[in-house]
Design a protein around this ligand. Structure first.
Ligand code: FE
Ligand code: FE
Ligand code: ZN
Length: 280
């Protein structure tokens, strides 16, 4: 079954997101746990959650992927900033249990000159503080483009974080196609080679989700500017290969392309046409 969806605005709550997903032909979706720039999350609305869970069940919408605010920096030089990342992620973990067995994606952070090694240490420290043995949420490290001092631009850096986390059965990876491409992995000409390398370094069993984005820039540019599917340097043929690749085809795919709902509906329809397998 092709699991395809996109990033949706969470401002109107879970039930509204689920309705939007159904409307655009999606069976998965991603949302920000709180305003991506702000700090405070809306109080949990149990009525909304319950009607969402019912609607999601009826329509086969799963798994939902929550995205942490991208302004968090778990490996900042500043202790107060790290503390804020810790508090926010710990709070998100509690909120996630209202929608059990979901995914929670975050950007590992930027080491701001301290070096990737130190960044990796600080990120894993925070993960060790927030992961509870009985949580049902899987936390995903997102592959990064390597803009500035971003940690997570290589599979080796992600592996190093995972290795330092004690309860790392709760950790997975979300592969962002724009980010890995910008990070220098040639998914256009050597998808097999990139996935083989991923498997050797991290293990494909850790790969739990894919962010499907084309890129405005060339491979290795370390830029991170998303483009519509087929309109950038990755191109439609590469997306056709990716969604049908034996190692990827059963994963949930989430579009984060520059689109409104109608644009997402078009991209979802296009990708469904290219998918060789069950489509619903
Ligand atoms: Fe992201
Ligand atoms: Fe992404
Ligand atoms: Zn991005």
């Amino acid at each position: 079954m092709f699991k395809i969806g996109c990033h949706l605005s969470s401002s109107k709550g879970f039930t509204a997101m689920c309705r939007d997903a159904v409307k655009i032909g999606a069976n998965v979706f991603q949302f920000f746990t709180r305003n991506p720039r702000g700090s405070r999350a809306k109080p949990i609305d149990e009525g909304d959650i319950n009607s969402f869970l019912r609607l999601a069940e009826e329509n086969g919408i799963a798994p939902v992927l929550a995205h942490a605010p991208y302004t968090l920096n778990a490996c900042s030089k500043d202790e107060r900033t790290r503390e804020f990342a810790l508090e926010t992620m710990a709070d998100d973990m509690l909120r996630m249990e209202y929608t059990p067995n979901s995914l929670y994606n975050f950007h590992p952070g930027s080491h701001v000159g301290q070096g990737a090694e130190r960044g990796i240490e600080l990120i894993s420290e925070i993960l060790n503080k927030i992961i509870e043995p009985k949580q049902t949420t899987t936390i995903l490290l997102e592959t990064m483009a390597g803009k500035g001092t971003e940690v997570g631009k290589t599979f080796e850096e992600l592996r190093a974080i995972i290795d330092r986390v004690e309860l790392n059965d709760k950790i997975g990876v979300c592969l962002d196609t724009c980010h890995v491409h910008d990070g220098g992995y040639d998914i256009v000409n050597d998808l097999d080679g990139v996935l083989r390398h991923f498997d050797e370094v991290i293990g494909l069993d850790r790969l739990k989700a894919v962010h499907l984005n084309d890129s405005m820039n060339v491979c290795g540019a370390h830029k991170d500017r998303h483009e519509k599917i087929g309109k950038g340097h990755i191109g439609l043929e590469a997306f056709e290969r990716m969604i049908n690749h034996p190692s990827l085809k059963d994963l949930p795919f989430y579009l984060e392309t520059p689109n409104e709902l109608d644009g997402y509906a078009e991209e979802i329809a296009l990708l469904k046409k290219l998918y060789r397998g069950d489509v619903r």
